[in-house]
Design a protein around this ligand. Structure first.
Ligand code: AMP
Ligand code: MG
Length: 435
C-alpha cells in the first residue's frame, strides 16, 4: 500500500489479482468460494473496556489466568461434611462451623462433624459433600446444634469443583470470536475487564443516481427517496463497522471517480448502491476500472444480477444494485461475510432450515439461484411451513418487511409444489433481529 496512505500500515493486501475477470455469470457457490478464498483479515486491533465489547470481534485469544470457580464451593444452602463418617443409614453430625459465602473458614472440618454452609461458600478443608438443607433436620442437644443427614448422598454431591467452569490456563475464547453477552460474562468471570478486539472497519457508503434525493427534502415527479443509504447503514451497524456517508452522487463519471478515489485512501471498503450495471448511466464500473481492479460480477442469482467487486489499492469496492431488494439480498449474501472476514472472524455460513413450502412456483428458470422473501407459518396441526411473498419486483421493500428470512431455491429447480422441502434462511442467521 502507498506509504502516504492514512490507513494503518499493518493492513495487508486483501485480494490478489487472480479473481476471475469473468464476463460470464458466476454461480452463487462460485462467488462465495472465490470471496472466501481471497478476502483476508485486515482489521487492526485495539484494547477496550469490557463493557464496550459486546458484538465486537476478539483479536487475541483470552486465556484463563485462574480457575473458575476459584475454589471448591457449595452449590446449595445446607450442611457440608466428609463422606468417611457417613454410611447407608445417613448420619448424625454435630455442627462445628457456620460458613456464609465470602467468608471462608480458617479451620478444617473434623471427621464426623458438619458445617452449616451457604450457596457459593468455600468448602471447608476436610469436607467433600453437601446435604441440601431441605433434606436435613437441625436440632439442639444441651445447647449444641447437630444435623441429621439422610442417606443416599454420593461423594461430591452439591459441591462445585474449582475449575469446573474454566480451568486455569485454558484457552477460554479463541481469536475471531464475536463477543456475545455470554462471552463477555466468561471474560469477566476470569477477572479481566479489558479485551483486545478488531478495530472497526472504516466503510464508506454512497448512493448514485440523478433521481435519488435524501428523505427530509421535497420530492418532484421522477425522483426517488434514498432508502438504500438507510438500509445499508442499518445493515452495516449490525455487522459492526464505522460508517462514513459520502452522500448521493449524480450520474456523472467525474464526480463518481473523484469521490471514490478519495474515499479509497481513508477507508477499507466502499459500498455503493445503484449504477452497478453496464448501462450508459451506470458509471461505477468505469470508475472502478479507471482506479483499480474490477471483478465485475454478473451473478447467476435473482434478485441482484449486477454486483461489482473490486479493489482500489487495498480498499475493497463493493457495488450493489440500486433496487432495494437486490441491495439487501446481495448485502446479506456477499457484503456481510466479506466485512466479517476482513474484521478477523471466520467466514459465516448461515444455517438453512429445510421446511415444507406453503406456496407453489409453477415455473422457475433453471441456471440461476433465487432468493425469495419468506416467513414461517404453521399448518392446521401446528407444523412449521415456509410461505413466500407473492410479488417478484425487486423494488418492493414491502416484501422485505413482511419476510423474516430468505427462501433459497437452487439453480436446477424448475418448480415447487406445496409441501416440497425448501431451504429457509432466517434473517437472524444474518445477525439481524427477529420481528
Ligand atoms: P440502478 O441500479 O442505478 O439502475 O437503479 C435501479 C433502481 O433502483 C432504480 O429504479 C433506482 O431508482 C433505484 N434506486 C437506486 N438507488 C436507490 C436508492 N439509493 N434508494 C432507493 N432506490 C434506489
Ligand atoms: Mg441509477
Amino acid at each position: 500500500m502507498p506509504s502516504d496512505s492514512p490507513l494503518p500500515p499493518r493492513t495487508r493486501k486483501l485480494v490478489d489479482d487472480c479473481f476471475l475477470h469473468d464476463s460470464e455469470r458466476l454461480r452463487h457457490d462460485e462467488a462465495i468460494a472465490l470471496l472466501r478464498e481471497r478476502v483476508s483479515a485486515v482489521a487492526e486491533s485495539e484494547t477496550i473496556a469490557l463493557e464496550e465489547a459486546a458484538g465486537r470481534i476478539l483479536a487475541e485469544p483470552v486465556i484463563a489466568p485462574r480457575n473458575v470457580p476459584l475454589t471448591d464451593n457449595s452449590a446449595m444452602d445446607g450442611y457440608a461434611f466428609a463422606q468417611g463418617a457417613y454410611d447407608a443409614t445417613g448420619g448424625f453430625f454435630p455442627i462445628d462451623q457456620r460458613i456464609p459465602a465470602g467468608h471462608p473458614s480458617p479451620e478444617p472440618l473434623l471427621p464426623g462433624r458438619a458445617a452449616r454452609i451457604f450457596t457459593g461458600a468455600v468448602m471447608p478443608l476436610g469436607a467433600d459433600t453437601v446435604a441440601m438443607q431441605e433434606d436435613c433436620e437441625q436440632h439442639e442437644q444441651d445447647g449444641a446444634p447437630f444435623v441429621i443427614i439422610p442417606p443416599g448422598l454420593k461423594r461430591g454431591a452439591n459441591v462445585r469443583l474449582a475449575g469446573e467452569d474454566v480451568a486455569e490456563g485454558a484457552a477460554l475464547i479463541p481469536a475471531g470470536s464475536r463477543l456475545r453477552p455470554q462471552e463477555i460474562a466468561a471474560i469477566a468471570s476470569i477477572g479481566q475487564n479489558r479485551v483486545t478486539v478488531s478495530r472497526k472497519l472504516k466503510v464508506a457508503i454512497l448512493s448514485t443516481g440523478d433521481e435519488i434525493v435524501r428523505p427530509g427534502s421535497p420530492i418532484a415527479p421522477g425522483q426517488v427517496y434514498d432508502s438504500n443509504v438507510y438500509l445499508l447503514r442499518a445493515l452495516l451497524e449490525s455487522v459492526g463497522v464505522e460508517v462514513t456517508d459520502l452522500g448521493v452522487l449524480p450520474d456523472d463519471p467525474d464526480t463518481i471517480r473523484s469521490t471514490i478515489r478519495k474515499a479509497s485512501q481513508t477507508h477499507q471498503a466502499i459500498l455503493s448502491s445503484g449504477g452497478a450495471s453496464r448501462g450508459e448511466e451506470d458509471h461505477l464500473v468505469a470508475a472502478l476500472d479507471a482506479l483499480g481492479t474490477r471483478h465485475m460480477w454478473q451473478l447467476a442469482i435473482k434478485p441482484g444480477r449486477p454486483m461489482n467487486f473490486g479493489q482500489i489499492d487495498d480498499c475493497i469496492m463493493l457495488g450493489l444494485p440500486g433496487n432495494p431488494v437486490a441491495a439487501m439480498v446481495c448485502f446479506l449474501l456477499y457484503v456481510r461475510p466479506v466485512l466479517i472476514a476482513m474484521s478477523g472472524a471466520p467466514w459465516p455460513d448461515p444455517v438453512r432450515l429445510p421446511l415444507p413450502a406453503a406456496f407453489e412456483i409453477k415455473k422457475k428458470k433453471t441456471g440461476r439461484r433465487e432468493f425469495s422473501r419468506g416467513w414461517l407459518t404453521r399448518d392446521d396441526e401446528g407444523r412449521l411451513l415456509v410461505d413466500k411473498f407473492e410479488r417478484d419486483g425487486s423494488g418492493l421493500i414491502t416484501g422485505l418487511r413482511e419476510a423474516d428470512g430468505l427462501i433459497e431455491i437452487a439453480e436446477d429447480v424448475t418448480g415447487i409444489k406445496r409441501g416440497d422441502i425448501v431451504s429457509f434462511i432466517p434473517f437472524t442467521e444474518f445477525g439481524l433481529p427477529g420481528k
